[in-house]
Design a protein around this ligand. Structure first.
Ligand code: NAP
Length: 446
C-alpha cells in the first residue's frame, strides 16, 4: 500500500518504520521538519499537507496529537481527498469519530482506530497486541480491509468495537495506567538494591508513561468524558485506603485522640472538655497541638481522630489562621460549639499588677480586651510572641519565669489554676457576652 501519514512525531514514525519494513510505501508530512528522519528510514517527506495529498496515496493516517486534530483536519485540502480512506489513530475515539463525520465530505471513507500499543510496548513485535477499530463510514471495503490487513499480518489481535465502548474501557484501563505512571513519577522513585518484581514493573510503568508527551496524556483526559470520573474514583480510592489504615490503627490504640488548637489550660482545652462531655466520648486522650493548622494536618495524617479549634469570636471576629487551614485540609465538621470566655489578667504569685509594665498574650486575647485594658491598665504595653503561643502557653512561660519581671498575661481561669498564677483581674473582655465558636471536626468521610 502507499500510506500517507500526517503527524510524523513519536507515533507516526513508529508506524512508518513497521510499514516500510513490511514492504509498504510511506509518504509523510509534519508541522516541524522531519525530512532527515524520513530519509533515513526510507519514507518520503513533504513540506506540507497539500503536497502529500497530491501523491497517489491509498489512505491517509492522522497521527497528530489529539489536541491538534481539529486544526489539522480543518486545514486538509479536501478537494484532493475525495474517495480516500481517512484513518485516525488517536488514543480517544468518540471525539474524532464525531468530528470527522461532521467535517469530512461524504465521499471520504472514515476508519477510526486505536493501536493499543506504542513505541515502547511494540518495539520488537506487534504480535498479540490489540488493534481496536470501528468502520465509521466505509464504501471502499477493499482498501479498508487491505489497511486492516497490514496490522493483521503483523499478528495484532484485531478488535472491532464502537468508539463509545472503546472510550468507556480506555478510561478505566489506559487512562488509569497513564495516571498511575505519572502520579508515581512525581514520587521520583529510584531503583534499589532490593527491588521486587512488582517494584520493577512500577519503575517500567513510570518510564513508559512519562515517555509519551503530556499533550497525549492531557488528550486522554480532555477528550474522553469518562476520564474525569475515573480520576475522581482514583482519588477516592486512595482516601479510602488511608482511612482503612487509620481506622485499624485506632482499633489497636483503643483510645480516641482529640487534637486541640491550644495548650494545656487554654480555652480550646476548656471547649474540648465540654465537647467530650456533651458527646460522651470515652477513653479520650488530648493532644495539645497549639495551632489549627497543626490540628488539621494531624487529622489528615491519621495522627488524631478528632480536632477542636476556634473559628470565630463574638468580639474579635474570624480567626483567620483557622480559615486558611480549613481551606488547606479536608475535614468534616461535626459541630460548631459555642462557649462563653472569661479573660483574666494573670501575674506571678505575690506580684503587684500596678508595678507591671507589659502584657504578653495571644493577639486574639488582646483584641477581645482592648477597651478594658485601655481604661483600667493604660500603662501596660501589649506584646505577643507568635500565633504558636496561645494564652495557656504564655501563662505557663510566665509561671516558669521565662518572661522578665513586671510581665502579666491574659489567659483563662483554668490556666491560672494549672500554672499557679494569681488572677489580678477577672472578666477583662470588653463584652461580658464574649463567645467563641469552636469547630469540632473529624476526618472527611470516605
Ligand atoms: P502526541 O504528542 O500526541 O503527538 C505529536 C505529534 O502531533 C507530532 O507529530 C506533532 O508535531 C504533532 N502536533 C502537535 N501539535 C500540533 C499542531 N498544533 N499542529 C500540527 N501538528 C501538531 O504524541 P505521539 O505519541 O506522536 O502521538 C500521536 C498520535 O498517536 C496521538 O493522537 C496519540 O493519541 C496516538 N497514539 C499514540 C500512541 C503512543 O504510544 N504514543 C499509541 C496509540 C495512538 P511536532 O513534531 O511538530 O510537534
Amino acid at each position: 500500500m502507499h500510506i500517507g501519514i500526517i503527524g510524523f512525531g513519536n507515533f507516526g514514525q513508529f508506524l512508518a518504520k513497521r510499514f516500510l519494513k513490511s514492504g509498504h510505501q510511506v509518504s509523510a508530512t509534519n508541522r516541524s521538519d522531519y525530512s532527515k528522519v524520513a530519509l533515513e528510514m526510507g519514507a518520503t517527506f513533504y513540506e506540507n499537507t497539500e503536497d502529500l495529498c497530491k501523491q497517489n496515496i491509498d489512505c491517509l493516517i492522522l497521527a497528530t496529537s489529539i489536541l491538534s486534530l481539529e486544526s489539522v483536519v480543518k486545514a486538509l485540502p479536501l478537494y484532493l481527498l475525495k474517495e480516500k480512506l481517512i484513518i485516525d489513530v488517536l488514543s480517544v475515539k468518540s471525539y474524532p469519530k464525531e468530528f470527522l463525520k461532521r467535517i469530512l465530505p461524504n465521499e471520504c471513507d472514515i476508519l477510526c482506530t486505536h493501536p493499543m500499543f506504542g513505541p515502547e510496548s511494540g518495539k520488537n513485535s506487534w504480535k498479540h497486541l490489540s488493534f481496536v477499530f470501528e468502520k465509521v463510514r466505509i464504501r471502499n471495503e477493499k482498501i479498508c480491509e487491505e489497511f486492516l490487513g497490514v496490522f493483521e499480518k503483523e499478528g495484532c489481535t484485531m478488535i472491532p468495537m464502537s468508539c463509545e465502548k472503546h472510550d468507556e474501557y480506555a478510561a478505566g484501563s489506559q487512562f488509569i495506567t497513564h495516571t498511575t505512571g505519572r502520579m508515581l513519577s512525581q514520587l521520583h522513585l529510584k531503583s534499589t538494591p532490593i527491588n521486587t518484581k512488582g517494584y520493577e514493573k512500577l519503575l517500567e510503568l513510570v518510564e513508559n508513561t512519562v515517555n509519551d508527551s503530556f499533550d497525549l496524556y492531557y488528550g486522554l483526559f480532555r477528550f474522553n468524558e469518562n476520564a474525569r470520573s475515573e480520576l475522581l474514583r482514583m482519588e477516592q480510592a486512595l482516601t479510602t485506603l488511608k482511612h482503612d489504615l487509620f481506622d485499624r490503627m485506632k482499633e489497636e490504640r483503643r483510645t480516641t485522640l482529640l487534637g486541640i488548637q491550644g495548650g494545656n489550660g487554654s480555652f480550646n482545652h476548656q471547649a474540648a472538655l465540654e465537647i467530650i462531655e456533651k458527646y460522651n466520648l470515652k477513653s479520650v486522650e488530648l493532644v495539645f497541638l497549639i495551632t489549627s493548622e497543626a490540628v488539621l494536618e494531624a487529622l489528615n495524617r491519621g495522627e488524631i481522630d478528632f480536632g477542636v479549634f476556634a473559628i470565630e469570636n463574638s468580639g474579635s471576629g474570624t480567626v483567620l489562621p483557622s480559615i486558611h487551614s480549613m481551606s488547606k485540609y479536608p475535614h468534616e465538621i461535626i459541630e460548631l460549639h459555642d462557649m462563653k470566655l472569661t479573660q483574666c489578667l494573670l501575674v506571678r504569685p505575690g506580684e503587684d499588677i500596678t508595678k507591671a509594665t507589659k502584657i504578653i498574650t495571644h493577639p486574639q486575647a488582646i483584641k477581645q480586651c482592648r477597651k478594658t485594658l485601655a481604661e483600667k491598665y493604660p500603662y501596660l504595653k501589649s506584646d505577643y510572641l507568635s500565633d504558636d503561643y496561645d494564652t495557656a502557653m504564655c501563662a505557663r512561660e510566665l509561671a516558669e519565669g521565662a518572661f522578665e519581671e513586671g510581665t502579666a498575661v491574659i489567659a483563662s481561669e483554668i490556666a491560672a489554676q494549672k500554672y499557679g498564677l494569681e488572677i489580678a483581674f477577672k472578666g477583662l473582655n470588653d463584652d461580658p457576652e464574649n463567645y467563641t465558636s469552636f469547630v469540632f471536626c473529624k476526618r472527611r468521610e470516605r
